[in-house]
Design a protein around this ligand. Structure first.
Ligand SMILES: Cc1cc2nc3c(=O)[nH]c(=O)nc-3n(C[C@H](O)[C@H](O)[C@H](O)COP(=O)(O)O)c2cc1C
Length: 187
């Protein structure tokens, strides 16, 4: 099974870099599950400007090669982990745009959320909004999640943690996600 790990913040000097570094160190492939990191900063998706909704388009009909590649990459996965910061109580527009740019590749696949913020809310409001957005593309949001408050105090730049809670929550998240992704893949 392939799980895409989507890093949702693209801004310069993002704290999402700490989250990405931590996840690169923690998410190890095993005999059943492989993790593939997708940094939205690297894939250069334009803001959505197709003449139709992607629900009515084959990937080959997309106007931009980056969008074709993105659609195919989503299609290739069996499940997803979204790492989202909180921007004005929601996920960043970059992440919503990446969701909008695919359709059947998301349908009926499970997704889990890692949220974070510099304050005490830990991105929990963005996570809830992201669950609702996910339902719009028929993703299946799972309950186990990681919420990281005070991100700069909790994860160091080298990806090491100053608390054992995110690691425990991540283990529960990956256990649940790989179990459900395997069951859905059988159907
Ligand atoms: C546009 C913007 C809006 C923000 N809104 C919130 C917010 O609503 N709640 C919150 O807890 N933090 C908010 N923050 C602070 C973010 O939690 C903090 O900047 C975090 O590091 C963002 O993730 P990033 O650095 O990976 O982009 C906001 C930051 C930005 C840039």
């Amino acid at each position: 099974m392939k799980i895409l790990v989507i890093i949702g913040s693209t801004r310069a000097n993002r704290n999402g870099e700490r989250v990405k570094t931590w996840l690169e160190q923690q998410l190890n492939n095993d005999e059943t599950t492989s993790y593939e990191m997708v940094d939205l900063r690297d894939i250069n998706l334009p803001f959505y400007d197709e003449v139709k909704s992607v629900a009515g388009l084959d990937y080959e009909e997309y106007s931009h090669p980056e969008a074709v590649a993105w659609g195919k990459r989503v299609e290739s996965a069996d499940g997803f982990i979204f790492a989202t910061p909180e921007y004005n109580h929601g996920p960043p527009a970059t992440l919503k745009n990446a969701i909008d740019y695919a359709w059947q590749g998301w349908n009926y696949k499970p997704m889990s959320i890692i949220s974070y913020s510099t304050g005490q809310i830990a991105g929990a409001r963005a996570a809830e909004q992201l669950r609702l957005m996910a339902l719009g593309v028929k993703l299946l949001p799972l309950p186990a999640a990681v919420h990281i408050a005070h991100i700069t105090d909790t994860i160091n730049e080298d990806g090491t943690l100053n608390s054992n809670k995110p690691g425990q929550a991540l283990n529960k998240l990956t256990e649940e996600l790989s179990k459900i992704a395997a069951k859905l893949k059988e159907t």
